[in-house]
Design a protein around this ligand. Structure first.
Ligand code: TYD
Ligand code: MG
Length: 466
C-alpha cells in the first residue's frame, strides 16, 4: 500500500503546492498554505466497472424534450425569494456567504421559520452555536413557536444519516466551515474538509430532494475563502453584504442556475431581526441633504429593480506627490478614468487634489451608467456648485468624453418620478432619440452629449466655474 503523502493547500483559493511557501503563488495571499494529508487512492475501478454486473450503458438524448420548470418552495421572505429567482428549488444547493456577524444566521433562521410555518419539514444544523444560543436568537426574533427542528452537530457521519431519511424540504447547515468528515484527515474549516463535506451534503440533497443551504464565512477581500472551492459545486451562490456601521444588508446572487445573477434583496437589521426593505430608494436617499456641493443622485438598476442612490464626492488639496483617490462602493479604476476624461476632455482642473468618492448607504455599484452621476458629483465638488436637489443622473462616459446610452432608461425615470424628482440628466441620444422616451409627467429631461456640456452646466451665473 502506498504511504500517505502530504501536500500544501492554500486556504484562501484552494491552490495546491508540493512544498510550503510563505505566499500562495496562485492568489498572492500570505501564510495561507496548510499541510494536508492525501489519502492513498484505491486502484482505479474504471476498467472493472465496465465489465461488472452493475455496468449501465450511458444513453444520450436530444436537446428538445419535455421538462417542467423547476418547482419552487417560497420562503415567504420576498426579498430572499426574488434573489433566489422565485424561491427555493428542491434538491438544489445554495451557498450563502458573508462576513462573520453580518446576519447570515439571522436571515436563515427567519427563512427556516417561515418555511416551517408553511407546513414543511425544516432541519437547522448549527455547528457554530449551541442549541441555547440559537434558541435565544429565536426568542429575540419572535420565532420560538415555529416548528423548525434544531440540532447542534459537526460530525457528518452523524448528520448525513439523519438528513437522508428525514423527508425534509429544507436543510440549513450553519456553517460549512464547522462540518467534519472523519475520512478526511484535516481540521474542520480547511479547504479539504470544506470541499469534502460540501460534496457529501450536496450529493445528499440531490439524492434525497431537500433544498440545502450552506452558510459560509467570507474573508475581508470579498472572496468566499475556503467555501470558494464550493462555488462550482452548488447551484447558487448568494452573498450577504453591508457594513456593520450601516443597518442595511444587501443579498446578492453571484451565481444562480435557476435565476438571474444581478438581482439584489435589501434588508434592514433591526433589533427584531432582518426586515425587508420594499422601497430601497427612499431609504438610501433618506439622509441626503440638499444643496450641498459634491452630491448627485444616480438612477441605477440593480437586477430587475431601479434604485436611486446618492453619490458623494469630496475634493481636498493634495499634499504634493501623487494625489489620493479613495473610493467606497464603486470601482477605483473607473474613477481614475473618469477624472482623466474630465481633465482632458472638459478642461476641469483638479490641480492634484485628492478625490474621495462614496456611495451613500453602503451599496456597491458596478453599472457603467453611474459614470454621469459620479462625474456630476465630482464637478459639483470641484466648482462648489450643488446639483439641483430634484435632479437624477445616469449615462455612461467614454474615453473621448462622449456620453453613451444605457439600458432601461424608462424604468430609471419612472423610479425618479415616483420619488418626487422632477428632472433628469441623461445621454442626449436617449433624450432625443428616434423613439420618444416615455417619462413620467412633470419630469423634465436634459440630454447631454459630451462631458463638457456637463461641466458647462455647473458654471455659476457670473460665468466663472469657480
Ligand atoms: P448573525 O446572524 O449571528 O451573523 P452571522 O451568522 O452572519 O455571523 O448576526 C449577528 C449580528 O446581528 C449581531 O451583531 C447582532 C445583530 N442582530 C441584531 O441586530 N438584531 C437581531 O434581531 C439579531 C438576531 C441579531
Ligand atoms: Mg452565524
Amino acid at each position: 500500500m502506498p504511504k500517505p503523502s502530504t501536500r500544501f493547500v492554500c486556504q484562501s483559493c484552494g491552490a495546491v503546492s508540493a512544498r510550503w511557501v510563505g505566499r500562495c503563488e496562485s492568489c498572492g495571499e500570505w501564510n495561507t498554505l496548510v499541510e494536508e494529508i492525501v489519502a492513498p487512492r484505491p486502484a482505479a475501478k474504471l476498467a472493472a466497472g465496465r465489465s461488472g454486473a452493475s455496468a449501465r450503458a450511458l444513453s444520450f438524448v436530444p436537446l428538445t424534450g419535455e421538462s417542467a420548470p423547476a418547482p419552487r418552495t417560497e420562503t415567504g421572505i420576498a426579498e430572499l425569494d426574488r434573489v433566489l429567482g422565485g424561491g427555493l428549488v428542491p434538491a438544489a444547493a445554495i451557498l450563502v456567504g458573508g462576513d462573520p456577524g453580518i446576519g447570515k444566521s439571522t436571515l436563515l433562521l427567519q427563512a427556516a421559520a417561515s418555511v416551517a410555518r408553511a407546513g414543511r419539514r425544516v432541519l437547522y444544523v448549527t455547528g457554530e452555536e449551541s442549541v441555547e444560543q440559537v434558541r435565544l436568537r429565536a426568542l429575540r426574533l419572535g420565532l420560538t413557536e415555529a416548528p423548525v427542528e434544531l440540532a447542534a452537530a459537526i460530525d457528518l457521519g452523524e448528520i448525513a444519516p439523519a438528513l437522508e431519511k428525514s423527508g425534509a424540504a429544507l436543510v440549513v447547515i450553519d456553517s460549512i466551515q464547522t462540518m467534519w468528515l472523519e475520512a478526511v484527515e484535516s481540521a474542520p474549516g480547511t479547504v479539504n474538509q470544506v470541499r469534502a463535506s460540501g460534496f457529501e451534503l450536496t450529493r445528499l440533497a440531490k439524492s434525497t430532494g431537500f433544498s440545502l443551504v450552506l452558510v459560509g464565512h467570507m474573508t475581508k477581500d470579498g472572496a468566499i475563502a475556503g467555501p470558494r472551492v464550493l462555488e462550482h459545486m452548488v447551484d447558487a451562490v448568494l452573498t450577504f453584504e453591508g457594513d456593520r456601521g450601516h443597518q442595511f444588508r444587501i443579498l446578492r446572487a453571484v451565481k444562480n442556475r435557476f435565476g438571474a445573477t444581478d438581482e439584489i434583496g435589501v434588508f434592514e437589521m433591526t433589533d427584531r431581526g432582518l426586515a425587508e426593505v420594499a422601497n430601497p430608494s427612499a431609504i438610501f436617499l433618506a439622509e441626503r441633504r440638499g444643496n450641498v456641493a459634491g452630491s448627485a443622485v444616480f438612477a441605477g438598476i440593480e437586477g430587475t429593480r431601479p434604485v436611486l442612490l446618492e453619490v458623494q464626492a469630496l475634493l481636498a488639496p493634495g499634499g504634493g506627490g501623487a494625489p489620493r483617490r479613495a473610493v467606497v462602493g464603486w470601482d477605483g479604476g473607473r474613477l481614475a478614468m473618469l477624472l482623466a476624461v474630465l481633465e482632458a476632455r472638459a478642461g476641469l482642473t483638479l490641480a492634484g487634489a485628492d478625490v474621495y468618492l462614496n456611495i451613500a448607504g453602503g451599496l456597491r455599484i458596478a453599472e457603467p451608467a453611474a459614470d454621469l452621476a459620479v462625474a456630476a458629483a465630482v464637478v459639483s465638488a470641484a466648482t462648489s456648485v450643488p446639483t439641483a436637489a430634484d435632479m437624477v443622473y445616469f449615462g455612461e462616459i467614454g474615453l473621448s468624453g462622449e456620453v453613451r446610452q444605457v439600458a432601461q432608461a424608462e424604468a430609471r425615470l419612472k423610479e425618479a418620478g415616483k420619488l418626487g424628482f422632477t428632472a433628469a440628466t441623461l445621454p442626449r441620444r436617449l433624450a432625443r432619440g428616434a423613439r420618444p422616451l416615455s417619462a413620467p409627467e412633470g419630469l423634465s429631461l436634459t440630454g447631454i452629449g459630451h462631458v463638457s456640456d456637463l461641466v458647462g452646466s455647473f458654471r455659476k451665473p457670473d460665468g466663472r466655474s469657480r
